[in-house]
Write a protein that binds this ligand. Structure first.
Ligand code: ATP
Ligand code: MG
Length: 585
């Protein structure tokens, strides 16, 4: 009957000793209960959950001499470029492999010691004899636990850069089961850790449900959007629960409130993804090893489109690969005029639209038996019909230049997207006041003041005034604005741009908008290095910038840039404002 069936399933589930005890107790309770009782269902549900949790079942990792080569192959097959990231993932897998073999050794040692201990008791030797062996065993267990700890990977980057799909590839390469948990918008601690059984309609949390679904103890679990998890609130603290899941000191005895028996999560390979590091609670961030994906250049996007996205979209839309042909210039046009993003998600969507439209055309041709008229080629001129009018005009070159306006560079949060922004300074009659708008942070405000001080101090040398004793701010106030006012901006990296904008305003000479700059400026006018160079330059190239000015201290960052960026931009390194001025005018 039903109960025997349940019993059998529990026997087969390979429960841990602790779970076994609870299961037996609950089974006995269940036998005494009347099936009509509400409590009966609750108890049965619980036991069914226990039977479904993978207590000991694992998939065998494909770890052999070929593993790393195969993993490399898998990553390459699924993703274009991303050299550094792939290398980092492979290193991670190599370490994992080493650890597993160490672990296997330790396990044999433990087994041996257990056997010896058993024999010792059988031989009726003095129990004192076996005691030290137990200590050995503990020691080995401890080492094993240390080896078991694998760092949790965190892939950070803008949307559509391949984070989720890289995690999937890792699972495929290892031959592990894959499960994705979306943490975006999780506000309630119970979603992660489950509800206590006393609660009506209680259920295990996301982690245990995930394990039940994959039915093995060692899947790859993707913690998607860990930066969007809720912190301490009225429903508990989901990020704290997550901490317990990720902490190798605690996660071999993770307790879900519903299950209420420790479950070992140490065999799970967790990979987290995030768009930004800013909102990840620091203790959580501390447990993870970060790999950042900075986004793609237009050239990289073109390759991704031809090799991966287009073939995928063609098949998705039921066509044969020969039925849609896009030349490079068509793809480039889609990239620059219809998408503006660091990743390739919108690009994939637009390619999808193109394929769908070709599919309709093809079906029509087939129906009217005019197949020979069907042309698989899509031209640049066709795009407006298929995708609508261009959404972004790519060139800032046509933007008129005006004294006091300078193109600056920004990188949004770590591993994020970079782009340009126009820094505007205007003056008006006044009393020397400085007004700042555009949601600027304190550091940015201070950097404007530093810029102004330097310009004031050197006004005569800069030929902004004929009288060395005159204050150029006399009877004058200025207003500094960074457009896109709704996004908060901060950091000292716009110092150089502010200084040049002020000089431009006071001198009446304009700066070409195709020249962009970044760099911190000191009171003495020295230009010092800043972060996010790669993101900033990719953004600059995308926006149509021709020349950039960078601090000399950022030389090393330029070395690692994609060729396309290096070739597409003229880069000047400067150490001082005087040097910068030589390049501007
Ligand atoms: P989000 O932060 O929005 O979750 P994501 O980084 O997880 O974004 P994915 O869903 O992994 O983005 O990628 C979007 C699409 O782009 C997928 O179809 C993926 O296969 C493809 N893609 C991204 N990068 C590459 C690449 N380097 N080569 C081939 N395809 C790629
Ligand atoms: Mg994703």
């Amino acid at each position: 009957n039903e109960l025997d069936e349940l019993k059998k399933r529990i026997d087969e589930a390979g429960l841990t000793p602790e779970a076994e005890k609870v299961a037996q107790r609950e089974l006995q309770r269940l036998q005494k209960m009347n099936p009509a009782q509400a409590e009966y269902q609750v108890c049965r549900n619980y036991l069914e959950n226990l039977a479904e949790i993978p207590w000991s079942k694992m998939t065998e990792d494909h770890f052999d001499r070929e593993t790393l080569r195969r993993a490399r192959q898998q990553l390459d097959d699924d993703h274009y470029g991303l050299e550094k990231i792939k290398k980092r993932l492979l290193e991670y897998l190599a370490v994992l492999k080493l650890k597993q073999s160490v672990n296997a050794d330790l396990e044999t040692q433990i087994k041996m010691l257990t056997e010896q201990a058993k024999e010792a008791t059988q031989d009726n030797k003095a129990s004192a004899d076996t005691a030290p062996r137990n200590e050995d065993q503990l020691q080995i267990l401890k080492t094993k636990r240390m080896v078991d700890k694998s760092p949790i990977l965190l892939l950070v980057g803008p949307p559509g850069t391949g984070k989720t799909s890289l995690a999937k590839s890792v699972a495929t390469a290892l031959g592990r089961k894959f499960h994705r948990i979306s943490l975006g918008g999780v506000r309630d601690e119970a979603e992660i850790r489950g509800h206590r059984r006393t609660y009506v309609a209680a259920m295990p949390g996301l982690i245990v449900s995930g394990l039940k679904k994959v039915a093995v103890t060692n899947p790859v679990i993707l913690l998607d959007e860990i930066d969007k998890i809720g912190t301490s609130n009225f429903h508990g603290d989901p990020s704290a629960a997550m901490l317990e899941v990720l902490d190798p000191e605690q996660n071999h005895t993770f307790v879900d409130h519903y299950v209420n028996i420790p479950i070992d999560l140490s065999k799970v390979l967790f990979i987290a993804t995030a768009n930004s590091l800013d909102t990840i609670p620091p203790p959580l961030l501390d447990r993870m090893e970060m790999i950042s994906l900075p986004g793609y250049t237009t050239l990289e996007k073109r390759h991704i489109a031809t090799r991966h996205l287009l073939p995928k979209q063609i098949t998705t839309n039921g066509l044969e690969s020969s039925r849609v042909e896009l030349s490079d210039d068509v793809i480039d046009k889609i990239i620059t005029s219809y998408t503006r993003e660091s990743g390739v998600r919108n690009l994939e969507r637009e390619l999808g639209s193109v394929c769908r439209s070709k599919a309709v055309e093809f079906a029509d041709a087939k129906d009217s038996a005019a197949l020979e008229k069907y042309n698989p080629k899509v031209m640049v001129d066709d795009l407006e019909n298929i995708l609508g009018i261009e959404r972004f005009d790519e060139e800032i070159a046509e933007k008129s230049s005006r004294p006091g306006v300078v193109t600056g560079l920004v990188a949004y949060s770590t591993g994020g997207q970079g782009s340009i922004l126009f820094i505007e300074v205007a003056d008006m009659p006044g009393t020397g006041r400085v007004q700042l708008t555009g949601t600027l942070g304190d550091v940015l405000k201070e950097s404007v003041e530093v810029a102004l001080t330097w310009v004031k101090a050197h006004a005569y040398e800069l030929a902004l005034t004929h009288d060395p004793d005159q204050d150029i701010m006399k009877n004058r106030s200025i207003h500094v604005h960074c457009p896109a006012g709704a996004t908060p901006k901060d950091g000292p990296s716009a110092g150089l741009a502010h200084t040049i904008a002020l000089i431009s305003l006071f001198s009446g000479k304009s700066v070409p908008p195709t020249m962009a700059m970044t760099g911190e400026v000191s009171l003495r006018g020295k230009v010092t290095p800043v972060g996010g160079i790669k993101e900033k330059l990719i953004g600059a190239l995308r926006a149509g910038v021709h020349t950039v000015m960078l601090p000399r201290g950022n030389r090393k960052d330029v070395k690692d840039l994609p060729e396309e960026v290096k070739n597409g931009l003229k880069i000047h390194h400067v150490e001082h404002i005087w040097e910068a001025l030589r390049y501007v005018w």
